[in-house]
Design a protein around this ligand. Structure first.
Ligand SMILES: NC(=O)c1ccc[n+]([C@@H]2O[C@H](COP(=O)([O-])OP(=O)(O)OC[C@H]3O[C@@H](n4cnc5c(N)ncnc54)[C@H](O)[C@@H]3O)[C@@H](O)[C@H]2O)c1
Length: 379
């Protein structure tokens, strides 16, 4: 197993353990850490059907006697207050039946990760939790860093908190059941790390795409561990996103989140970020700070992966409306992470609305085939 540590102050440091076929060891690892006596597993319907029973057995074998399982329907549209309330009701009931510290264990992609993390952050002002990420996207991004939250009024992550996990436990073999659409979506965040920090990731994807899409773990493991290391170093320097360092992780997310909401979550998070990245590149191009040649290199890679670089099925006015909710805005002025070159970015404020509209409009198409093709790969 590879261990990557996140060094944070005051009891908030934790490890990411990356292995294969290692799920059976999580019970004993957690027992040894002494971070909770009873286990509350939070997962979605799809991941739960695949792996919850196995996980419960692992905890039983490690000696945990009180284990409860809470499942909610899969998908971003359920990362909402209704699901949160249902999970809290179940957790409160479980808590009332015990007199023991509860450890929340979030099993799944970014949706159970964000949701379970938020439940853990807010139940009794914070209980311990562990992440078991099961998508590439959750592995490279949302499994770590402590940003947890839910969508509200269709606005992405409007309710949230900072609450670091006690452990991130990765069994890469769990990725084997992902469909092609989810694999591709996860790669969007890896491309992000390539553009903001480490161009070698773009080469890794380009050179090994066939193997990555076929879920060859020898090809996937290096990009996952490289991405974890990048995010860990960024989070260590700016845990609460107050110093302008962590903001770099939002490259592609300003317009990406607005598209995700405006399209009613028809595009997955990774697909929306793909669109958001090409739009950010276009803005940087219009401002004369990023070359067309480099922008095309990124676009070509995203297309090769099978990610969208055009926007269908949503309205410009809706995207612009959701953009006003962006959490990066300060005193009403927007802020964008823009590339200067592959591997280097800058934060730019107060980008004119007309320029943003122009860039988004150029990316819009009426072609219904975009979503149809994406859906075909979700089997
Ligand atoms: N907190 C953060 O720092 C952070 C960072 C990036 C993204 N996010 C959030 O993450 C979410 C997106 O994550 P996601 O793409 O993992 O979404 P997701 O959790 O909805 O997973 C995508 C789909 O894959 C299925 N799935 C998950 N694991 C599987 C497996 N092993 N086998 C088969 N199917 C599986 C899920 O049931 C779901 O249908 C968004 O809500 C986004 O806002 C958070």
């Amino acid at each position: 197993m590879t261990k990557i540590s996140i060094n944070l102050d005051k009891n908030r440091a934790y490890d990411i353990l990356v292995g294969r076929d290692n799920l059976d060891t999580i019970g004993t690892s957690i027992k040894a850490m002494n971070i909770g006596e009873s286990i509350f597993i939070i997962t979605d319907s799809k991941v739960g059907a695949l792996y919850a029973k196995r996980l419960i057995d692992v905890f039983k074998r490690a000696g945990f006697q009180d284990i409860d399982l809470a499942k909610f329907p899969n998908g971003e549209k359920n990362k909402n207050i209704t699901t949160y309330s249902e999970l809290m009701t179940k957790l409160a009931k479980f808590d009332g039946s015990l007199n023991k510290n509860i450890l929340a264990v979030n099993l799944g992609g970014g949706v159970p990760g964000d949701m379970g993390g938020f439940v853990a952050a807010t139940f009794k002002r914070g209980i311990n939790y562990v992440q078991i990420p099961t998508t590439i996207l959750a592995n490279v991004d949302c499994g770590i860093g402590g940003k947890v939250g839910i969508d509200f009024n269709n606005i992405k992550n409007l309710l949230g908190a900072f609450h670091q996990p006690k452990l991130v436990f990765v069994d890469l073999s769990l990725l084997k059941t992902l469909n092609l659409r989810e694999i591709r979506a996860g790669l969007a965040e890896v491309v992000k790390y390539g553009v903001i920090e480490d161009p070698s990731l773009l080469l890794d994807i380009g050179n090994h795409l066939k193997d990555i899409l076929a879920l060859n773990l020898d090809a996937i493991e290096p990009i996952v561990t490289k991405s974890y290391r990048i995010k860990a170093r960024i989070v260590e320097q700016d845990e609460k996103d107050t110093k302008g360092i962590r903001m770099v992780l939002n490259y592609g997310h300003t317009i990406g989140h607005a598209v995700e909401s405006a399209a009613g979550f028809k595009y997955s998070h990774g697909e929306s970020i793909s669109i958001g990245m090409v739009c950010a590149n276009d803005i940087a191009g219009e401002l004369g700070i990023f070359s067309r040649q480099e922008a095309e290199r990124i676009e070509t890679l995203l297309s090769k992966i099978g990610l969208p670089i055009k926007i269908a099925n949503c309205k410009l006015a809706d995207i612009m409306r959701f953009l006003t909710h962006d959490k990066k805005s300060v005193n009403g002025a927007n802020r964008f992470v823009l590339p200067l070159q592959i591997g280097k970015t800058e934060i730019k404020s107060a980008i004119p609305q007309e320029l943003i509209k122009k860039v988004i409009k150029k990316r819009m198409t009426n072609s219904p085939s975009i979503l149809a093709n994406l859906s075909k790969s979700s089997k």
